[in-house]
Design a protein around this ligand. Structure first.
Ligand code: PLP
Length: 377
């Protein structure tokens, strides 16, 4: 099988799975227990937090474990809107955020919040100036992702953070860095966001574990899950020790020779662009600089058919920003693509282990689809 869908999820390296198995079998104590088994589990959670925090460039006390990126995104909203409940009920975000954000915003609109959704330009970019121009005196929260999961565009979060100080110093800033963590260089300390969402399964970790950085400007964050006091009382529930160990091991592995890994992914992406350019009429949808995401379209060839054909050939790609049940994704819609271009969007995404041979196979399969099927639109 050729796996080219690393933005959806990533293969779990054997060392990560082994470490999780070891924890499940040998270190299954509850971190809240007072005997040695509990202390051992507590230490494991503390070590895991330190490892992830080091990679994120923050103090361990600012990093909280959650169940996934979606939960981190939602908690950031809960905490920010609670802290700024007297600032106002206005939120600024983008029209190309992950559904975790957009769906939360739709609910908030029903609760009386006003949300400004910024649309990107044709290259998928959103400027810091556009974000800052939308901020008002009653803006409680700005939420702009670090890397878009469908286009690979990197958004100017540090610039937004710097500009917010002058525009409205009370406004809190959240960034969904699920596709940015260990894919583009940044550190929590210098990024300047008040909340940063992470997810382990995008970097070789297990599903079911994420992280949320909460910065110093957030006083006494609104607990996501009140309960037994875990995660400093803010996100209760017995810690998922095996998942935390897996997350930490994945971070440890990914950060080894990270620069070389990112360089490799960028080269793979460049090579994929070279090979796919051989397909007649193929359009490059993503113009982003993130090294792992490449969205393209064969105009008129419905993406689901492309994905199915490649799947039959043992190649996994995704219908990325394509039509879902006849409706274009938020990203496709926001980019204002022509209908037949939007209908044909597929996403290839890469990891450190992706090879040129795998790209060759995908390029051949896409070309074969183009040459043997008829466009439907
Ligand atoms: N945010 C972005 C940008 C993502 O790409 C994803 C996953 O696809 C998520 C959030 C959600 O993360 P999780 O699957 O851990 O809930």
């Amino acid at each position: 099988m050729i796996y080219l869908d690393h933005a959806a999820t990533t293969p779990v390296p054997k060392d990560v799975a082994d470490e999780m198995y070891r924890v499940l079998r040998e270190e299954y104590g509850n971190p809240s227990s007072q005997y040695a088994y509990g202390r051992q589990a507590r230490q494991l959670v503390a070590d895991g937090r330190q490892t992830v925090a080091d990679a994120l460039g923050c103090a361990a006390k600012n990093l909280y474990f959650t169940a996934c990126g979606t939960e981190s995104d939602n908690w950031a909203f809960t905490a920010a809107l609670w802290q700024n409940r007297r600032v106002g009920k206005h939120i600024v975000t983008t029209a190309v955020e992950h559904s975790a954000i957009l769906e939360r915003c739709r609910w908030l609109e029903q609760d009386g919040y006003e949300v400004t959704y910024l649309t990107p330009d044709r290259d998928g970019n959103i400027s810091a100036d556009a974000v800052l121009a939308a901020v008002r005196t009653d803006t409680a929260l700005v939420s702009v992702m670090l890397v878009n999961n469908e286009t690979g565009n990197v958004y100017p979060v540090a610039e937004i953070a710097a500009g917010l100080k002058a525009k409205n110093e009370k406004t809190l800033l959240h960034t969904d860095a699920v596709q940015g963590f260990l894919k583009v260089p940044f550190a929590a300390k210098t990024l300047g966001a008040d909340f940063i969402s992470l997810s382990a399964h995008k970097i070789g970790g297990p599903k079911g574990i994420g992280g949320l950085y909460i910065g110093e400007r957030v006083r006494n964050p609104r607990p996501l899950l009140p309960g037994g006091g875990q995660e400093s009382g803010f996100r209760a529930g017995t810690e998922a020790t095996a998942q935390i160990a897996g997350f930490a091991k994945a971070v440890e592995l990914r950060t080894e020779h990270l620069t070389e890994k990112l360089e490799h992914m960028a080269q793979i992406k460049a090579y994929a662009m070279e090979r796919l350019a051989e397909i007649p009429d193929l359009r490059f949808i993503s113009k982003g600089t993130a090294p792992h995401v490449l969205s393209v379209s064969m105009p008129g060839y419905p993406s689901q058919n492309v994905v199915n054909d490649l799947s039959d050939a043992g190649i996994c790609i995704s219908a990325g920003s394509a039509c879902h049940q006849g409706k274009p994704s938020q990203v496709t819609a926001a980019l204002g693509l022509e209908k037949k271009v939007a209908a044909g969007v597929v996403r290839l995404s890469f990891g450190p282990e992706t090879t040129r041979e795998e790209i060759d196979a995908a390029a051949e399969a896409l070309k074969k689809h183009h040459d043997t099927r008829f466009p439907m639109l």
